[in-house]
Design a protein around this ligand. Structure first.
Ligand code: XIL
Length: 713
């Protein structure tokens, strides 16, 4: 929320255009094919265009299943399968055939005779052989592999009946008639029909350690007996909570010991844990909460990262359906990369525009506790590259997300380690400097008990510090230090007691030497925080006092006072910027606080010794206040808070110096252009762009360091 608001407020968003791949198939051309399951409803011009752009393998969702093509004895219905196959033929897309034998959507008539009595297995085999030969032959030119047998293994591996040994096989009608021999027969018939097609055993829950072992054992047994099984199809009907990537990797490793070809055949990642074909009915009214979207995107991201790692073992990854609109698990299960209106979701880009460098990144294991941790707390940790690692104790939680992350994906999803602790490391190094964050545990917002809290996003957020290479300028050193005091003042306009934090430089108010001298008078900078923050931000996360002390100690600036008060920014509601009353704060600041400060501190109470600056929304307040009452302040500073242009200053009492800054990940070009045009128009203006930083406090700490020497000259 905060990031969204800030980016809107300051028109900061400079999206870096990268050279983008055309479609999924192009992005993954060096890894594996990317496929999609289609039904005839997908054969519309708009959907066909997506298929052609994105995919290089197609599976019929239902149209080639026995019940579809061979509903009754002697009755063949090719219409739907033909139209999908013809679409593929026209577009040069090869198909995965799905499927020849399954306990569901099967030609059940094969199992009984005309009178309805069970047939002998020899009779069944004859019918099955004819079926397989007919279907395989019809699509030989376009189908490169077949799911020959689907879902023949048991889910739980438990005994069916009291006192019996567990049966690794599903006790389907097929199994009851033939035992596991029907599996061998089906593969033999398929190989006879098309010696060139790759033949697959296909199943779900295939990453479950128990079931993957049953699948492996069966395929091993069959292959040892000479059954022509070329590959294992991992269906990939996953959800936001599982499987773990450890289980996915273990299944891939296991299966690749027995077959040379692994296909992910039916990938979707749904928002809940239910299984099976009845999902459409239980999803009613389901709302996808933002944290579930984050889990969803993370699961896709982690999965594709894992699959890329195993590109030598995996030939194709097929999505089960094109868009959420016609997903078999229902639109509101949010399962696919395209939404119900066929638009790419954010997760589509995460999957497509992956960074191979991140896949191969080596994280150096020199993590140390963040310097902002609570006393004695080990986590969060930071390493020398800028990775952050989190560890949270939440034994009963279903999901833990840290709001820090990359690529707008909503953060870093933690996973339970073997000790039951939730742990995770950011996917890439973070920017140097200070970051706010919080935890989202099962959708609720919490602070990290390891970290200290800092006011931002209209709440006390957890904070973490990635040590910056130039952190010396705000280091706490053995130099004379100023003081930051809390000042409570009465505001007539708001009828409230208000608070300001006031920095006075070293030796302020102290009588140096024995003889009482006239107190030194100081200029004053009024310095505003951003949206979501308050009057504590600049001194705590901004380290403004230390920055001043160090600049003074180095003789880079003459001492001055800094006054920081609450800018009344936090009542602003999302989308209601227009309604924000800029004048309420102007009254408090200029009619109440400035006179109070001039009365209670030894200041030089004139325009040439008074400055106003602010970060982000505090910059916008500075801009409004200085343009409205230019006689109040001689020095104006905008820190990631917009710009002044010469036209803004027409007819306005000219400032003595303008300072404009931002981070290099913000709108540096606009800052530089504005400063140039101000200089050209005869104004004294200085710009600064903080290297490698965004809309965060390291930008503003550095900005104060750059701005302070320019003030009151
Ligand atoms: C599903 C289809 O998507 C649905 O339209 C149909 O009603 C049931 O079957 N495993 C498989 C697929 O191998 O064939 C199933 O497809 C999903 C589970």
């Amino acid at each position: 929320m905060k990031n969204r608001l800030l980016s809107l407020l300051c028109v900061l968003c400079t999206l870096v255009p990268t050279t983008l791949a055309q479609g999924l198939k192009d992005a993954y051309k060096d890894y594996f094919k990317v496929g999609v399951a289609l039904n005839v409803g997908n054969l519309t011009p708009d959907q066909e265009a997506i298929v052609v752009r994105e995919f290089n393998s197609v599976t019929c969702e239902n149209a080639m299943k026995p019940v579809s093509v061979h509903p009754e004895r002697g009755v063949w219905d090719w219409a739907q399968a033909d139209s999908i196959a013809n679409f593929c033929r026209r577009n040069g897309i090869k198909m995965r055939g799905h499927c020849l034998v399954w306990h569901n959507q099967f030609s059940n008539w094969m199992l009984t005779d005309k009178k309805g009595n069970p047939v002998k297995k020899e009779v069944f085999y004859q019918l099955l052989r004819e079926h397989i030969h007919t279907v395989v032959n019809r699509y030989k030119d376009v189908v490169y592999c077949w799911d020959v047998v689907n879902e023949a293994m048991s889910d739980d591996g438990r005994p069916r009946r009291w006192g019996e040994a567990p049966n690794p096989y599903r006790e389907s009608e097929l199994y009851k008639l033939c035992g596991d021999e029907f599996i061998a027969k089906a593969f033999e018939y398929a190989r006879e029909a098309d010696p060139n097609a790759l033949l697959f055993y296909n199943d779900y829950n295939e990453c479950d350690p128990g079931k993957s072992q049953r699948i492996y054992n069966m395929v091993k047994k069959m292959k040892d007996a000479g059954v022509p099984i070329d590959g294992i199809g991992m269906q990939g009907h996953y959800n936001v909570y599982g499987p773990s990537m450890e289980d996915v990797a273990a299944a891939i490793e296991l299966y690749s010991k027995v077959v040379d070809h692994l296909h992910i055949t039916e990938l979707d990642i749904r928002a809940n844990e239910q299984m099976g074909g009845q999902l459409q009915f239980s999803r009613q009214g389901m709302e996808i909460k933002p944290y579930v979207r984050t889990l969803h995107e993370d699961q896709y991201n982690s999965l594709f990262r894992t699959l890329r790692r195993y590109k030598d073992k995996i030939d194709v990854v097929t999505f089960w359906n094109l868009s959420d609109k016609d997903s078999w698990v229902g639109t509101s299960n949010y399962p696919l990369l395209f939404d119900k209106d066929l638009k790419e979701k954010h997760v589509y880009y995460t999957v497509r525009d992956f960074d191979p460098a991140l896949d191969n990144a080596v994280v150096i294991e020199d993590f140390k506790p963040s310097e902002l941790n609570q006393p004695g707390q080990e986590y969060p940790m930071v390493n020398s590259q800028g990775y952050a690692r989190f560890r949270v104790d939440a034994p009963q939680a279903r999901s833990v997300i840290v709001s820090l992350g990359l690529g707008g994906r909503g953060g870093t999803v933690l996973h339970k380690d073997k000790d039951g602790m939730w742990v995770g490391t950011t996917e890439a190094p973070m920017d140097e400097g200070f970051h706010y964050y919080h935890l989202t545990i099962d959708g609720g917002t919490f602070n990290d008990p390891g970290a200290c809290n800092y006011y931002g996003s209209v709440r006390w957020e957890s904070g973490i510090e990635i040590p910056a290479h130039d952190r010396d300028f705000y280091a706490n050193k053995n130099v004379p230090h100023g003081r930051i005091q809390e000042v409570l003042f009465w505001s007539e306009s708001t009828q409230t007691v208000r608070r300001a934090m006031v920095y006075t430089p070293p030796f302020y108010g102290e009588q140096v030497g024995k003889k009482a001298k006239k107190p030194v008078q100081y200029p004053v900078l009024y310095l505003q925080h951003g949206w979501g923050e308050d009057e504590t931000a600049w001194s705590r996360q901004g380290h403004v006092g230390l920055i001043m002390d160090n600049l003074i100690a180095e003789g880079k600036i003459a001492p001055f006072i800094i006054v920081m008060t609450y800018g009344m920014t936090n009542e602003l509601k999302w989308g209601h910027m227009q309604e924000f009353d800029w004048t309420a704060f102007q009254r408090v600041l200029m009619d109440e606080l400035v006179p109070y400060i001039d009365q209670h501190f030894t200041t030089i109470a004139d325009r040439d010794h008074r400055a106003m600056a602010g970060l982000s929304m505090g910059g916008m307040e500075t801009r409004m206040a200085t343009l409205a009452r230019p006689e109040m302040f001689g020095y104006w500073g905008l820190l990631s808070g917009g710009i002044y242009e010469p036209k803004d200053l027409e007819g306005v009492m000219a400032p003595r110096h303008i300072f404009i800054s931002c981070g290099s990940k913000e709108f540096g070009d606009r800052v530089n252009a504005a400063v140039e045009s101000l200089n050209a128009a005869g104004y004294k203006a200085t710009g600064y762009v903080s290297e490698g930083t965004a809309h965060e406090f390291l930008t503003w700490r550095r900005s104060v360091r750059e701005m302070a020497p320019l003030l009151f000259k």
